[in-house]
Design a protein around this ligand. Structure first.
Ligand code: SF4
Length: 387
């Protein structure tokens, strides 16, 4: 009897346009109105069709994520057409988690209701700060009031799974201001909170402002205090701290993002989108061109727009398994890694594990290796030992 093989893969859609570029942002996004959303989405649909035809076996998709950029610049009918294509070409599952990142400055009640009707069931709301002066300094297009209104409109439209994104260690921000932001967030009772520390990225206006000494950034001690406050405040409101910067009410962890941290399959569509499949060999990664024009040209010519295709070597795959898996506070299951990678686990990483455990930065319990509570704050230093 022939058993049909189904490949489980998550789906990511990149919408690389914003109304205005935020001053700290180094994401692949442009404030460029020359490409109409409908034209871009037509290319996305074509790319999905081309990719589905190139897959070695039919797919089943547990999650679909619209990221950007500002995907909430897409109208509900365009979002709905992508969801339909995900169902048609990749077997989007009936109970799939379908998330859209939304900028509060782009939402209306009607649009939110349209997203729900189209099949979006999770909203990731880019609030970032509840302080208007800070929002303006960041170059955001919305006010705190608009974020609060967007949240309540989303509830009104039937969203029962809403995440709020916040940034700490902002210019001029004190631990007291950050505590108050966290309290305002928990007052809204979202299902999920992502709280990232601001990082100043080369090439951004903030990078140049910092070089000129124009950004009053908090010092290391204050930034560390804000990081600690995040866990304390959200923990008091019954949020589980499950990833370095992510917190969720029970049952509401981001299913899509956990796929990245667990090295699950995902296919990315749109300019700059990344993809990863666990087979062949130890896995393959590729990405699409960052720039929209060559992406559109490739797809118009019925070519898959991928570039930088990389077959992973055993050591690279194992390294990824550690530094991605250790982002989750539950850590990595060592016996599963030995099953998958064999003696290479011992050969390549026994020494750093011993050293980091000796320093109290990693802890092993019940066969799982995870960051210790004191290491979470400087996790990147730990991860660098696995690269
Ligand atoms: S809205 Fe998001 S993607 Fe767009 S510029 Fe601002 S931070 Fe970057």
């Amino acid at each position: 009897m022939n058993m049909m093989v189904i490949m489980q893969t998550s789906l990511y859609i990149h919408f690389p346009f914003c109304l205005k570029k935020c001053l700290y942002c180094d994401f692949n996004s442009v404030a460029d109105a020359r490409v109409a959303p409908a034209e871009y989405v037509a290319a996305l649909l074509r790319e999905m069709e081309l990719r589905a035809a190139a897959l070695p076996e039919p797919a089943s998709a547990p999650t679909l994520y619209f990221g950007g950029g500002t995907p909430s610049l897409m109208g509900p009918e365009l979002v709905g057409s992508v969801i339909d294509a995900a169902a048609r070409f990749f077997g989007l599952e009936a109970d799939a988690e379908v998330t859209i990142e939304a900028n509060p400055g782009t939402l209306t009640r009607e649009k939110l209701a349209g997203y729900r009707f189209a099949g979006v069931n999770r909203l990731s709301l880019g609030v970032q700060s509840f302080d208007d002066a800070t929002l303006s300094l960041l170059g955001r297009i919305h006010t705190a009031r608009q974020a609060l209104d967007a949240f309540s409109a989303a509830r009104g439209a039937g969203f029962a799974n809403i995440g709020i994104d916040l940034i700490h260690s902002l210019p001029g921000q004190t631990p007291a201001m950050w505590r108050s932001a966290l309290e305002r967030a928990t007052d809204l009772a979202p299902e999920h909170v992502s709280a990232y520390g601001l990082s100043i990225e080369e090439g951004t206006p903030f990078f140049r402002m910092e070089e000129r000494g124009e950004l009053p950034l908090p010092g290391e001690e204050e930034a560390a205090a804000m990081f600690r406050q995040t866990g304390e405040t959200l923990g008091r409101s019954r949020f589980e701290h499950y990833e370095i910067s992510n917190f969720a009410r029970p049952g509401f962890r981001s299913r899509h993002n956990q796929v990245y941290w667990r090295r699950g399959n995902y296919l990315g569509f749109g300019a700059g989108a990344h993809s990863f499949l666990r087979t062949p060999g130890f896995g393959v990664r590729w990405k699409n061109p960052d720039v929209v024009a060559p992406y559109l040209v490739a797809v118009a010519g019925s070519l898959l727009p991928e570039e930088d295709r990389q077959l992973l070597a055993l050591r690279d795959a194992l390294s990824e398994a550690f530094f991605l898996g250790l982002r989750l506070l539950e850590g990595v299951d060592l016996s599963s890694l030995v099953c998958e990678f064999g003696p290479a686990v011992e050969e390549y990483f026994a020494a750093p594990i011993r050293e980091l455990t000796g320093q109290g930065l990693l802890t092993e319990s019940a066969g799982r290796l995870h960051l210790s509570s004191k290491a979470i704050i400087f996790a990147n230093r730990v991860f660098s030992r696995f690269v």
